[in-house]
Design a protein around this ligand. Structure first.
Ligand SMILES: [Zn+2]
Length: 394
């Protein structure tokens, strides 16, 4: 396993956000040094096992102090610098803020031992949360590290302070009860440019898949340089698909609105090429070089069978064989499209399936706009309905 293959700052691809320093310095994990980067590698393997996803992705955030920590070896520090410069991990003065922003903006679960008590006021959903925080624990018989869900505590004065905080945030337009809309969703639906040209994340040569910027004092800023970012246009809408072979996720790809993608053994255009080692002899023989085409117009996903041996769709739950798509001729006219419905899985051959990612992204909601400052009446009305918890997004 190459750990670099599991590191991303792409908010749409990520499965877990990780507090790197917290894991590397956790002496309860294997390793006899006070800080040991191998603990982080063990954690990445644990994420792969936990998700049953060989392509699982983590968004790792490191405290700046970790990169010069003397308890690490020279080689470990060099590795961390290399990852940072390649845009594979993010380095912040304080990692906590970023981790919670990711959780709040996009529902990314967080791996950390931290109790985050001082953040309860800003993020009231932390209190009592049972499915959004995980920790790494020692597991000698499972390769060293295991991933475990945590239940977050509910401090006694929480009910009162939460309401107080919500009111304050609402007044400045930052508390977004309908997640996925409003000012903060705007951060994720635009592309941004940092004034520092060599910025690894928002610079001129940075990869197209940007992590979310930060929003401070009413300004969108670079998380690395703290400088205000320029909006350089809309970010294309994307949906993530996973390739599952006999129940284990082997790979994933992004379907970009307006760009049809083909999945098969050797597609010529955008899409996913199925590696030989993912398939047994039988599957390899049944799957065509270009097997199925997926297209998304921003609203509907349509699929066309291009294969020799057929493509099926079936409900994700249940054992039925599903229905076979009308089979493809070579000219586009001959291939009729099937509109994929929620919960449907595309079957390339028995045991080899494409499934839409379970994460709900803000991009799944319709057009978003930056709301105006709420007027006093709206604030009052919203406060009156604030008894319920913020909606869960997963
Ligand atoms: Zn920057």
């Amino acid at each position: 396993m190459r750990v670099e293959d599991h590191l991303t700052l792409d908010i749409e691809a990520v499965d877990f956000a990780v507090d790197m320093s917290n894991v590397v310095r956790n002496r309860a994990l294997p390793g006899d040094r006070p800080a040991d980067l191998r603990r982080f590698l063990g954690l990445v393997r644990a994420v792969v096992r936990y998700t049953r996803d060989e392509s699982a992705q983590v968004y790792a955030v490191a405290d700046a102090s970790l990169l010069s920590l003397r308890e690490l070896t020279n080689q470990e520090r060099t590795t961390l610098h290399r990852w940072r410069d390649a845009g594979l991990i993010q380095v912040r003065d304080v990692a906590d803020d970023r981790l919670l922003e990711l959780a709040d903006l996009a529902g990314v679960p967080v791996i950390s031992d931290d109790r985050f008590l001082d953040a309860y006021r800003t993020y009231p959903w932390i209190a009592g949360s049972r499915d959004r925080f995980f920790r790494a624990t020692a597991a000698p018989d499972e390769g060293g590290v295991r991933l475990e869900p945590r239940t977050m505590s509910i401090p006694p004065d929480w009910q009162i302070s939460r309401k107080e905080e919500e009111s304050r945030l609402l007044a400045v337009g930052m508390y977004d009860r309908r997640h996925g809309t409003g000012a903060r969703a705007q951060l994720l639906t635009r592309r941004w440019r940092c004034p520092e040209d060599d910025c690894p994340i928002f610079g001129a040569d940075a990869p197209a898949n940007q992590p979310p910027p930060v929003f401070r004092q009413g300004t969108v800023r670079c998380p690395t340089h703290q400088r205000p970012l320029t909006d350089v246009g809309p970010r294309p809408a994307q949906k993530q698909f996973k390739l599952r072979v006999d129940g284990v996720v082997k790979a994933r790809f992004m379907l970009v609105a307006g760009t049809p993608s083909v999945v098969g053994r050797a597609p010529t255009g955008p899409g996913l090429a199925l590696a030989r080692e993912w398939l047994d002899e039988r599957a390899h023989g049944r799957i065509s070089r270009e097997h199925v085409e997926l297209a998304w117009d921003g609203t509907r996903i349509s699929i066309r069978d291009l294969s020799r041996n057929g493509t099926w769709v079936r409900r994700d739950q249940g054992a039925d064989a599903g229905r076979r798509l009308p089979s493809g001729g070579r000219s586009p006219k001959d291939r009729s499209a099937w509109t994929l419905r929620a919960g449907e899985v595309i079957v390339l051959c028995d045991g080899v399936e494409l499934v839409a990612s379970g994460r709900t992204f803000v991009f799944d909601t319709e057009e978003t706009t930056v709301p105006a400052q709420p007027d006093a009446l709206a604030v009052e009305a919203a406060q009156a309905t604030m008894i319920e918890r913020p909606p869960r997004r997963r």
